[in-house]
Structure formats: C-alpha cells, structure tokens
Design a protein around this ligand. Structure first.
Ligand code: UN1
Length: 499
C-alpha cells in the first residue's frame, strides 16, 4: 500500500505528521516518515485531571453499556484491519501477516472484553454468623496508564484498554517513541467508535507522546490508579518501585528469556517448525521469542543441522513483500546490540551460525540481519540476558532434571515449552516442580499466545498479568461486603463484648 493513501485512510493528516519535534522513521529503510508533536511534561497534570474527571463519570455507566463501546471499537478495528496492519508493518517493520495478526489480536480482545462486560462477577461467601451474608463486589479503580513498547505497538494497548474500559477505568496511553503513528491511528479508529457510542465522557481515552518525563508523570501521580507497563526489565525497575512507593497498582510485563526443551521422543519435524517461527518470527523481537534451546544430547546435533539448513532458506527483506519471513530489526542500535551479543557468545565458547548483517537484496538503510544460532558450551552469562534480536542459543542436556534446571536458571520467567511425546515429562514440566514461567506449553512454541489466557510472567518479567482469564481483576478494586439481615449483632471469632 502506498504511504500517502495509507496515512489518509487512518486519519493521519499532513498537519499531524509535520512540524513537530519527534522524528519518526520506518525500520524498512530508515527513512523519515513524519515529525510529530510531543506532549510536554507541563501538560501532564491536565491530562491526568481529565482522565480523573472522565473516570468519575464512566464508573457510573453500567458495565454492559461500557462493553458496547468496546464492541464498536472491535467493529471499527475489523473495518480498518488492512490499513492498521500495513501501518504496523511500516512503523515497526513486522512482516505483513504479523502486522495483520497484531490487529486481529486487538479484535479478539475486544470480543473477549464485550463478553466480560456482563461477567464482572464477585463471589458470595458463607458467613460464620447467623443471619449474615458475605460477598465480594468489583468496582472501577481509576485512570489506568498504559505504557507500551515498539514491538507490539497497538495490541498491548488493546489488551489493557479493552479490559480497563469495560472495568470502568479511564485510559492514558504512552506508546513507544519509536511507534507513535500506529498509536495515533488507533486513537482515530477509537474516535469512530466513540462517535457512534455517543455519550462517552471527554478524556476517557487519551494519548500522550513523548519521552521518559511523560512516563514519569504518569508513574508518579497518585491520580493514576494503575500503571500497566510493557518493556525492558530496566524500565520495570524504574517504574515498579515508584508506583509501589505511592501504593499504586503496577502491572508489569518485562523481559523474557524463553526456552524450549526438546526431549529424545520429540516430533522433530514439528519442533523445527515451532523453533523457526518462535526464534525468527518478528525478527526475534517478541517478548515471547524463543531464545534458548535445550536439546537432549542424543538429538542435538541433528536438530542443529536441520535448523542451520532451515535458517539458510529464510527469505530476509522488505516486510511488505508477501514472501518475506524475516523483516528488519527496529533500528541500527538493535543490530549493534545483536552483533555485540554474538561476539560475547563467541568469547564464551559458542559457535555461531548466521548472524551477519544483510545488505544485498534488502531495502537500503534498514537493519537487516541473518537470524543466528549460537551453539553454547553451557548457560553462560550472555545466554542469561535478553537480547531483543533473532539469536537462538543452543545447549545440550543429559537428564530431564538437568533440562528443567537449565530452563529455570535465568532471571526472567515469561514463557517456556517442551517438545516431548512422553507424558511424564510433559506433565512434570507443567507441574509445581517444572517450568517456573507464567506461560508453559507442550508441543507448541513459547510465542504467539492467544488472548484468552492470562499473559505475563514471573521473576524479572515482573509478575503482571494482562489479557484473558481473570486478568481483568487487576483493573478493578475489590470490596468485601458483610450484610447483617438479623436482629442481633454477633461478633466473629466468638468474641464477646457485652456492656
Ligand atoms: C510482546 O511481545 O510484548 O504471545 C507480546 C505473543 C503475542 C504477544 C507478545 N501474543 O507472542
């Protein structure tokens, strides 16, 4: 799709795209595509006050009616899927099918949230006192800040916003400075839904674009009840303690270092397909990307051979071309970090296949690389780090216990998987003594999760959960209610207090 009609279709007018101070470029060729205005730190108190005012109105709207807004958003996203997907490709460099997949993920969470808007259930609880009833009710919590990363520039906002909106919260979105255009386009799509909805409060969903000072204003404000932040562990270390200091609620989705164990019984054809998609897809720039392969010694050499062959056949290039499977890294700094990590892997005794810069047959100006396999002597220092690039470290194991120990012996705890046809291994991997991650899979890769499950992980991944299952509870406050419908006032725990 041509850039000018694409921008026009998404309401990105020349006025919005020029004259600002933030340069936006495409990873495809590094060329500048816009200069947009940023939100000043001085504007943040007003933004937050508007969100508070909107929240106070929105919390009184019945939840199923709030769901209607999200239903309309899902409809508008369906109508704009091709254009928004193409913009994700242009601005984040994802291949076309993954750009569209990201928008589909938005549509899916909208559908989920619409149903949820009639299911914000609390429990009733047996009281120990006669003539008493206990129950839980869930109430809107307050404005929710959503801080998102470049690699899922729109879907992660939607996981948070769709839930927050049905839960009765206002939303303030701070996208990555690398991907503001997809955020602006999403807000235009949301504006269509808001117009059809009719009477949503002004300021219900706001967008703020800018650097750390904008994020810091959200993190520091007592009027921002929830801060949902996706990004690096370093970012989370800055955000988490500040939100905790004011007893705000943080939902953190930080770094991953996701592994696959391949057991001797594994279906290797399936494992190879899963490995290549999860290690190479999105050019290794998903937080769920496969980064560590823990293969049984009896099959490791064969697996590496098959992977080296498969990697050599992968079309690398312009992500807009239908045949491309590996697009560019987000920028040249990301490529430098990848090359430095491979250098360190070699220094730590690794043998690297691939991993070279690609300049032939790709658009000039982009950061294109061959995906790399690094066969390591063990879980060395570099293997324990998350490098946001298509590097797959390969290690061997003898005993199943050793494989589990390797899987868990990293600081991060997002996603994990095992390929095995052995029931004992599969179930042990999923058990209390198995994977310590928030996501643990059998015979599928660690990435590409559906929205129906709770998404997030443990340890340095931050502990937050977004998206499906009961993740909505993080966007509401819980009240425990005890109602006495008797004519007496008994005390719990048998306490007497007669006077
Ligand atoms: C992310 O990389 O921040 O499971 C999110 C997946 C996608 C989401 C990734 N559904 O890979």
């Amino acid at each position: 799709m041509e850039t000018a009609p694409l921008f026009a279709a998404l309401g990105l007018t020349p006025t919005l795209l020029t004259g600002g101070t933030l340069p936006v470029s495409s990873p495809i060729d590094g060329a500048g595509i816009a200069r947009i205005a940023v939100t000043g730190a001085a504007e943040m108190p007003q933004v937050i006050a508007r969100a508070q005012a909107a929240f106070r109105q929105w919390r009184e709207v019945p939840a199923p009616r709030r769901g209607e807004l999200v239903r309309l958003l899902g409809e508008e996203l369906r109508a704009a899927k091709a254009e928004l997907g193409a913009l994700v490709t242009l601005e984040a460099g994802k291949i076309a099918s993954e750009g569209l997949g990201e928008v589909q993920e938005m549509i899916d969470i909208c559908d989920f949230a619409v149903g949820l808007s009639r299911q914000l259930y609390g429990l009733t609880i047996a009281s120990e006192r006669p003539g008493h009833r206990m129950m839980e009710t869930w109430h809107p919590m307050g404005p929710c800040a959503v801080i998102t990363a470049f690699n899922f520039p729109v879907a992660v906002w939607s996981w948070n916003a769709a839930l927050a909106l049905v839960c009765g919260d206002a939303v303030i979105w701070k996208p990555s400075e690398k991907t503001p255009l997809t955020a602006m386009a999403t807000m235009n799509i949301l504006a269509r839904a808001l117009a059809r909805f009719g009477d949503a409060p002004e300021g219900l969903c706001q967008l703020v674009i800018g650097g750390p000072e904008v994020g810091e204003a959200l993190v520091a404000s007592r009027d921002v009840a929830i801060v949902s932040a996706t990004g690096s562990t370093r970012m989370g270390r800055a955000v988490g303690p500040k939100v905790a200091e004011r007893f705000g609620r943080a939902i953190l989705e930080l770094g991953g270092n996701n592994a696959m164990i391949v057991a001797p019984s594994a279906d290797l054809d399936m494992a190879v397909r899963a490995i290549v998609f999860s290690a190479v897809g999105t050019a290794g720039q998903r937080c769920t990307s496969l980064r560590r392969l823990i293969a049984h010694h009896s099959i490791r050499a064969e697996l590496v051979e098959r992977l080296v062959k498969a990697y050599a056949s992968l079309p690398i290039g312009d992500p807009r071309a239908a045949t491309t499977l590996v697009g560019p890294l987000v920028d040249h700094a990301a490529r430098d970090r990848m090359l430095a990590a491979l250098e360190q892997a070699r220094a730590e005794g690794g043998t690297v296949h691939g991993g070279r810069t690609v300049t032939a047959g790709v658009p000039q100006g982009g950061a294109y690389v061959e995906p790399a396999l690094a066969v390591m002597p063990g879980q060395t220092a570099i293997v324990r780090e998350e490098t946001f690039a298509p590097i797959l470290y390969v290690m061997g194991y003898d005993s199943f216990d050793e494989a589990i120990a390797l899987q868990n012996d990293v600081p991060q705890g997002l996603s994990s998987c095992i390929f095995t046809l052995n029931l004992r291994e599969a179930e042990t991997f999923l058990s209390a003594t198995g994977s310590d991650c928030g996501i643990a899979n059998v015979n599928i890769g660690p990435s590409g999760a559906e929205i129906g499950g709770a998404f997030g992980g443990e340890k340095e991944t931050g502990g937050g959960r977004e998206s499906g299952s009961d993740a909505w509870k993080a966007y509401m406050r819980r009240a425990t209610n005890t109602v006495n419908y008797s004519a007496r006032l008994p005390l719990a725990q048998g306490v007497t207090f007669d006077f």
